[in-house]
Design a protein around this ligand. Sequence first.
Ligand SMILES: Cc1ncc(COP(=O)(O)O)c(C=O)c1O
Length: 383
Amino acid sequence: MRENITRDDLDAVINYLKQDDPILTQGANVRAFEEEWSEWLGVKYSVFVNSGASANLITIAALRHLYGVGEIIVPALTWVSDVASVIQNGFQPLFVDINPATLCMDDEEVIRKLTDNTRAVFLTHIQGFNGLTNRLLEALDKKGIPLIEDVCESHGATFRNRKLGSFGLISNFSFYYGHHLSTIEGGMVCTDDEGIYQMLRMLRSHGMVREASDGAVKVKYIEENPDLSPDFIFSYPAYNVRNTEIGALIGRNQLKRIDENNRRRRKNFSLFLSSLNSQRFRTDFYLEGSCNYAFNLVLKNADSDLRDRVEQVMREAKVEFRRGSSGGGNQMRQPYLKDIVKDREWEAYPEVEHIHFYGYYVGNYPTLEKEKILELCDLLNNA
Ligand SMILES: Cc1ncc(COP(=O)(O)O)c(C=O)c1O
């Protein structure tokens, strides 16, 4: 990733800092960013937090308070915080393999694994691909199981012409530097549900009731707790995951160009795929609605020699890459899960296993020149 925070973004911050005694902690710019983001996404409410991982954490904490613990279906290919937040809140993660065309959870396997104990499906839209299908949405709707969307890697991608993150009961975004939009560090939790919105506002700020924006919520707690100072009523055992005015200023400035940036990313990605040798690499991803901040480089076959040569040419050309795609590949292999996942259980998830050993991503940023994309493909095709 390069130039994700531009001179113009920095100037917006500098102008703000020129005033005497500017408010830097969460304030009017955070509120404005939340409103502008909600409008861009097509949801009613958004809560700005300090990272995508924090978005995951308070989302799953909200689920625990709403529905109690049980199983949450998660992908084997995702970021660590999507699984860690589930465990930290006392749920059991139930893993699902991926669809190789989208790298997102295989919808049929999700549907097969739904039980009376399923509290939610926590789907990750991997690196700009859409993971939703009509079949999945209908099955969840029929069983009344909430969908939680992790859109940390897929800002602006769509399904049925609607932005991802506007389908689930709650959705999460990350504004880490490498993603489609960056506030240095940051994240957003979005929902259409007013009650959940109030809960998320409190969970973001120590569980403090005065953080709710609905007067009725505050009055209820104050009346139920006459012995407490109304300024210090803590509704839930929670966290401080607030962001700052500086993050919000950068986010607001970036929102003005996210659509144009995403148009360029789509164009870059399509040039990348059409220039790769499809005998060596997978080029048949399902692209409808996708918006990738990374080039997905997946070897067609489990060929370790080719893998070594591909890594070597990228290293020599100083092309930064990550093996294992999102989150380093198969989460089930990670040591933090050793008490939950049985030894070698991960081998029953062949699609994510392939990505673990033969899948990569390389940054796709808006100012990346066409010549560089062609040069990269040339290197890879001849490795
Ligand atoms: C799918 C997904 N979820 C959550 C996160 C966590 O976001 P952050 O790095 O902002 O904490 C990431 C980070 O890259 C991610 O890719």
